[in-house]
Design a binder for this molecule. Sequence first.
Ligand code: AMP
Length: 279
Amino acid sequence: MDIFRDISSLKKRLYQAKLEGKSIGLVPTMGALHLGHATLIKAAIEENEVSVCSIFVNPTQFNNSNDLSVYPRTLENDTKLLETLGCDILFCPEVEEIYKEKAVLNFDFGHLENVMEGAFRPKHFNGVALIVSKLFHIVDPERAYFGQKDLQQFKVVSQLVQDLSFNIELKCIPIVREDDGLAMSSRNVRLSKEGRIKAASINKMLVKGESLLKQGKLFSDIKDSLLDDLHSQGMEVEYCELVETNALNKINAISRHQLSAICVAVVVEGVRLIDNRIF
Ligand code: AMP
C-alpha cells in the first residue's frame, strides 16, 4: 500500500493511474477503523481498479473541542488493517496540509442541515461538506463510499454532488453491527464494559420501533415508551425521529410508498452515539 501525507504526491500517483485509464474508489474516514469501515473499503477494492482510503480527523466538523481532542487515533493499527484488506492507497494528511488557510466558505443545505444532527451539532455539516469537497477535488474518484450509519451525512453529500456537479457515483453501505446489535463506531472504544452493554439497547429500541410502526401505530404514540428503556438506564436521548428517507422530513406513520427511518442520537457515559434503521 502506498501511503501519502501530502496532496501533491498523492495527486501524482493518481494522475498516473488515470493516464492508465484506471477507475478510482474513495473511502473517506476519520480512522480508528473497524469492521464497518472495512466493509466500505472492501466494496471500493472490489468495484475499482485503485482504492483510496483517507484518514483525517476533520476539525471543522467538530462543534465540541473536547470531542475532537478525545477522538481515537490509531493510525498504526489502521494501516495494518488497510494492508490486510488490500487497499492500494492511504491518504493521511496533517491538518495543516488540508487547511493551509482557515476556510471561510459557508454551505447552506437548508432543511437537511437543520434537523437531527444539524440541530444538535451546529456547523457540523458545513465541515463535512468542506472536507468531502476537498477530498473529491484531490482524489477525483469515479466512486465514493459512505455508510448508512451517517444517513443524514449521506443525504448532505448527495446534495453536494448534485449541486456542484461532481461526476462521482455515491455508494451507501448498510450499517455493520456488533453481535449484540450495537452499530460499530470508532467511539465505542470509549465506553466502559457497562456502557457498552447499555448501548446495545439502542438497536433493540430501533427494532421494536419498526415492529410497532409496521403494526400501524403512530410514532407520536409509541415514542415515549420506546425511549423509556434508554432513559431508565441513564442514557440521554438527544433526538429520536421518524423521517422519510428522501428529504428527511418528519413523519408520524410509515407508508407503503416510501422508505422510512428511525434516526436516533444517544449519549452514553458522555459518548455520543448515532444509529438508524430504514424500513
Ligand atoms: P467515520 O470514520 O466515523 O467518519 O466513518 C467513515 C465512514 O464509515 C462513514 O461514511 C460512516 O458512515 C461509515 N461507517 C461508520 N460506521 C459504520 C458502520 N458501523 N457500518 C457501516 N459504515 C460505517
